[in-house]
Write a protein that binds this ligand. Structure first.
Ligand code: SF4
Ligand code: ZN
Length: 287
């Protein structure tokens, strides 16, 4: 089958597009999300949360191409056999494209790598990981106008369902293409890939020739998210469009943004709900 715009062979179906026209289609989709949801203006300084995987490199690539002022921020959790590969990928990409990249680590912040925290302790890897990662992102993104993350349509549909199944109302408010208040306490979070599926991003990344390492975090397969992902993928196969409907439904609810975290942690000064922030509470648990 040929591309609907030219005589080249199509590499994407529905609509049938060649590599060149798929690239245009995908980049326009991301740009439209930015415009329609007012995620970003030209003069804003963007901190991109980089993992070195296909999602974050795609965002860096498109924002940089569109002349936005971008800096990468990579949090090294300390996951042996996994993170070092994506760090190398991120460093290579940023060097080639002349994009500043800052790397911060759990080890320098807590004294331990994530792998060490999990030894002999009954801790859920993703809970510990998410708590410190959010904390470090907020800490090091101070001074930027927005933080862009690589969350895609699949991630978001999973997160919405996970939070409904666990009745986490405050976490549901974190879903959406634009979250956090953008007040003094939190830098505005944006998700330019909100409406793009895993498959669309993977196709774009392959065409662009980056993110060659498709390894998954070794902790991912036992996570609650992985179970929800598998169920949702199976449902999507039988009922195409289900994930997009979850996102559209969430957007139609017009959820209030996360405005509730207003006090300062008595230990570190980070914004939080009570006396002590989640990161300082977790620091006690991992000792
Ligand atoms: Fe962290 Fe869990 Fe993601 Fe691995 S799967 S990077 S442990 S949140
Ligand atoms: Zn704190």
């Amino acid at each position: 089958m040929n591309c609907i715009h030219c005589a080249q062979r199509a590499i994407w179906l529905h609509p049938a597009l060649c590599g060149t026209h798929y690239t245009k289609y995908f980049e326009q989709k991301v740009t439209d999300t930015i415009t329609e949801h007012e995620l970003l203006t030209k003069n804003q300084r963007v901190c991109v949360a980089v993992s070195g995987g296909k999602d974050s490199l795609t965002i860096l690539h498109i924002l940089h191409k569109n002349n936005h002022d971008v800096t990468g921020l990579l949090v090294d959790e300390g996951i042996a056999g996994y993170r070092e590969h994506t760090i190398t990928e991120a460093q290579r990409f940023c060097e080639e494209n002349n994009i500043p990249l800052r790397i911060v680590s759990f080890k320098e912040f807590t004294g331990q790598a994530l792998d060490d925290m999990l030894t002999n302790k009954d801790l859920r890897a993703c809970t510990v990981c998410g708590t410190f990662r959010r904390h470090l992102l907020n800490k090091y993104a101070a001074g930027f106008d927005v933080v862009a993350t690589g969350h895609n349509a699949d991630d978001e549909a999973q997160a919405i369902l996970m939070n409904i199944l666990r009745a986490h109302a405050t976490l549901i408010a974190r879903a959406g293409p634009k979250t956090a208040s953008g007040t003094n306490a939190f830098v505005q979070r944006i998700k330019p890939l909100y409406f793009c599926t895993e498959k669309e991003i993977m196709t774009y990344a392959i065409i662009q020739g980056f993110a060659s390492d498709w390894n998954e975090c070794p902790n991912a397969k036992t996570s609650y998210r992985a179970r929800v992902r598998d169920v949702l993928n199976a449902y999507e196969q039988q009922h195409p469009g289900a994930k997009q409907r979850v996102l559209q439904h969430h957007l139609s609810l017009d959820f209030p943004q996360e405005h509730t975290l207003t006090s300062a942690c008595m230990k570190c000064g980070a914004a939080c709900t009570g006396d002590t922030c989640a990161s300082c509470r977790m620091l006690v648990v991992i000792q």
